[in-house]
Design a protein around this ligand. Structure first.
Ligand SMILES: NC(=O)c1ccc[n+]([C@@H]2O[C@H](COP(=O)([O-])OP(=O)(O)OC[C@H]3O[C@@H](n4cnc5c(N)ncnc54)[C@H](OP(=O)(O)O)[C@@H]3O)[C@@H](O)[C@H]2O)c1
Length: 275
């Protein structure tokens, strides 16, 4: 039986992807940095490794014909060597990219496209799970953010994973770029009010100035290239919401999961038990 290697198996998308592959009786191997802490379904073959250790990547890819890959870095440095390390058994590569214009994703995609592999790129919009970053504010009854009117169709990570499973297992996805999103764009004010409504809490939205927002992101992320990108993206989505696509529904044959349903499924992670 052919084996699927998942790199990033313990992440937001990798975890539901592995669960779905396992439930379909697909043989799954996961390259993980800490096998003891992986917490993946029984039957998943755990291979200890690290993307920085090329020998471990080669060992994990031996005898594997399909790979789902998360590149968990913010530059493409070292990616070409990892691609080489995957070796000649691998035929299909599904890469978790991004809908946003992110230089390292563009560079990684270009290297994969030149590799001769049969590839599929998933380009999701903002992840619904990002809103867990507001959990402390939600608990305190006040979320402070810049650009409350910025609208994004946040995607449930289970939908990205489900499309990934189709791209790995089914024909018709080779050479395709799947632009993925949730079903509808919600402003940040609407996202916060949805969370408050599901949790049964009063939560005030406090609009920060762009400069206050930049300082807040810097404090959280350090001197990251994401700070300027995040501020610019939010400013843009006030006037032009991040694009909503029908790709999830087209591929899965059911609607994309609404943000409210994501919140309902994840309510305890906001500290809902205290509501
Ligand atoms: N958040 C968003 O809104 C958004 C939107 C579009 C695209 N994306 C893209 O999605 C990707 C992240 O996906 P995600 O959120 O599912 O991942 P994630 O939750 O951030 O998890 C990262 C995964 O990579 C693994 N990992 C980290 N460093 C590693 C290393 N050196 N060697 C091997 N494995 C390593 C982690 O394993 P451990 O258990 O060992 O830590 C974990 O499984 C990024 O490329 C991001 O740009 C994100």
């Amino acid at each position: 039986m052919s084996t699927t290697l998942v790199i990033g198996a313990t992440g937001h998308v990798g975890r539901p992807l592995v669960a779905e592959l396992s439930s379909r009786q697909v043989a799954v191997r996961a390259l993980v940095r800490r096998p003891d802490a992986a917490g993946l379904p029984a039957g998943v073959e755990l291979v200890a490794g690290d993307l920085a250790d090329l020998a471990s990547v080669s060992a994990a890819a031996a005898g594997v014909d399909r790979v789902f890959l998360v590149w968990p870095f913010t530059t493409s440095e070292g990616f070409g060597a990892v691609l080489d390390a995957l070796g000649s058994d691998v035929r299909r590569l599904v890469y978790l990219s991004s809908a946003g214009s992110v230089p390292f994703h563009d560079e990684v995609e270009a290297l994969i496209a030149q590799s001769g592999l049969s590839w599929t790129f998933l380009r999701p919009s903002g992840f619904a799970v990002n809103t867990l970053g507001w959990a402390a504010g939600i608990q305190a009854g006040e979320v402070r953010l810049p650009y409350g009117a910025a609208a994004r169709p946040l995607i449930d990570e289970r939908d990205t994973a489900a499309v990934g499973v189709r791209a790995l297992l089914e024909p018709g996805h080779a050479g395709k770029v799947h632009e993925l999103s949730g079903p509808v764009a919600l402003t940040q004010v609407e996202q916060v009010s949805t969370i408050a409504s599901v949790l049964g809490r009063e939560v005030r939205f406090v609009e920060l100035t762009p400069e206050e927002g930049r300082a807040m992101f810097r404090a959280a992320w350090g001197d990251s290239p994401y700070v300027d990108g995040a501020i610019a993206g939010l400013a843009q989505w006030v006037h032009t919401p991040e694009r909503t696509t029908t790709t999830v529904a087209d591929i899965l044959g059911r609607p994309a999961i609404p943000f409210r349903a994501w919140v309902e499924a994840n309510a305890p992670r906001f500290g809902a038990q205290e509501a």
